[in-house]
Design a protein around this ligand. Structure first.
Ligand SMILES: [Fe+2]
Ligand SMILES: [Fe+2]
Length: 168
């Protein structure tokens, strides 16, 4: 498995994607996930930012664009496609693939600033045993950032958060 041949990514982006995939593989091993499920996680990792550096205009468009391209190229797994499509905003409809990708995309070590490394490493370690509580913490941090930026919350993000905290 590797980047799809239709990917448009810079070398820095390729490194980010590789770190996301490595983290997904690490978790899949620790959690003793069956091979087919592990492959779904890794496919989502390879695909999620494959069009991140394509000239799409809107930076939020790269998830849906990659999902459509992947489907056209033969990806049939709806959970994988949903993970890729909504990886920037979240989704209340996600299965494990979407949740694990969202975590890996945020927690891969390349995002660290100097004083965040140990905090991030702690969250990474907790994922195999406390996945849902780490997911809430990561979503809280990402939403916090959107709110502080003064940007509107996409409806998918609101639905995702409400599902995480057990509200309808
Ligand atoms: Fe992305
Ligand atoms: Fe990413």
């Amino acid at each position: 498995m590797s980047l799809p041949d239709w990917a448009e990514v810079t070398p820095a982006r390729r490194n980010h994607i590789q770190r996301v995939v490595n983290l997904l593989a690490e978790w899949a091993n620790t959690m003793r996930v069956p091979g087919a499920e592990r492959d779904r996680w890794l496919r989502a990792g390879w695909l999620h930012d494959a069009l991140r550096d394509a000239p799409l205009g809107d930076p939020v468009a790269h998830g849906p664009a990659a999902a459509e391209r992947a489907a056209a190229a033969g990806e049939r797994d709806r959970g994988v496609l949903r993970a890729v499509r909504y990886h920037t905003v979240g989704s209340a409809e996600w299965d494990d693939v979407g949740k694990m990708l969202y975590l890996a995309d945020f927690l891969e070590p390349g995002r660290d600033s100097k004083n965040q490394a140990s905090d991030r490493a702690d969250l990474v370690r907790r994922v195999p045993t406390e996945r849902d509580s780490v997911l809430r913490e990561v979503a809280r941090r990402r939403l916090d950032w959107v709110l502080r930026s003064g940007w509107p919350l996409p409806p998918e993000t609101v639905a995702f958060w409400n599902r995480l905290v057990g509200r309808p």
